[in-house]
Design a protein around this ligand. Structure first.
Ligand code: 5GP
Ligand code: ZN
Length: 113
């Protein structure tokens, strides 16, 4: 399958990896939208949020817990950060392997654009 993030998981494209285990991997976003911007993804390919099933509940929980752990490691926990998952075209998704954006190091605006 020609998936960018599956290639990254396999080490076929370089990444600055912040954390990984058997299920998830966190790495720096290549085009950061904030002083701190990293992504957390499952190692298994899942195209969009719409493809999640009940069996993925613990995996999704692990994505969120990993986001919080890595945010702490990056020193942005106390000041605060934003977690975003984009779904399909109107949601702004461009890479079709689910990923959690974690953004910090600046004030976030609401509502998002
Ligand atoms: P989306 O728009 O799908 O929610 O987010 C995709 C994210 O992946 C973007 O923030 C983009 O900068 C990031 N990205 C795209 N290609 C690469 C890559 O090759 N390496 C890394 N580390 N991030 C990437
Ligand atoms: Zn993939």
């Amino acid at each position: 399958m020609d998936c960018l993030f599956c290639k990254l998981v396999k080490g076929e494209i370089p990444a600055t990896i912040l954390y990984q285990d058997d299920d998830v991997i966190a790495f720096e976003d290549i085009m950061p939208q904030a002083p701190c911007h990293f992504l957390v993804i499952p190692k298994r390919h899942i195209s969009t949020l719409n493809d999640l099933t009940d069996e993925d509940a613990s995996l999704v929980g692990k994505l969120q817990i990993t986001a919080a752990k890595v945010a702490k490691q990056k020193g942005i926990s106390d000041e605060g950060y934003r977690v975003v998952m984009n779904c399909n075209e109107m949601g702004g998704q461009t890479v079709y392997h689910i990923h959690m954006h974690v953004l910090g190091g600046r004030n976030m605006t609401w509502p998002p654009g």
